[in-house]
Design a protein around this ligand. Structure first.
Ligand code: SF4
Ligand code: SF4
Length: 99
């Protein structure tokens, strides 16, 4: 498997990936909805960071603050928005967000 592959669509059917290679495959293009952070509502509890199955929530651990979503890897599952206690994450249509 070459290092040039960057998307899951480039993989042959039934391909077996080497272990620890997930960072090579940017899965953000699976997404049809994206999480948007609403700073005014955020209490920086990091529940979204703990909940994200794709490690796509970035936090500033020194400042104790939510930082950003990593849209290269976020698949748009919506778990972070579901778990956020203050509704500080809104899921929006991906195509609308790109306009
Ligand atoms: S779960 Fe919600 S309130 Fe907590 S850090 Fe994430 S966006 Fe902010
Ligand atoms: S939508 Fe899913 S993958 Fe994206 S940041 Fe939230 S929990 Fe992670």
């Amino acid at each position: 498997m070459g290092d040039k592959k960057t998307g899951w669509k480039e993989l042959p059917e039934g391909d077996i990936l080497e272990g620890g290679s997930s960072l090579k495959f940017k899965t953000g293009n699976w997404r049809n909805r994206r999480p948007v952070h609403i700073l005014d509502k955020c209490i920086h509890c990091f529940i979204c960071w703990i909940s994200c199955p794709d490690n796509a929530v970035r936090v500033d651990s020194e400042a104790g603050k939510f930082k950003e979503f990593d849209y290269d890897y976020c698949k748009g599952c919506g778990i972070c928005a579901h778990e956020c206690p203050t509704q500080a994450i809104e899921m929006v249509d991906e195509q609308e967000a790109e306009k």
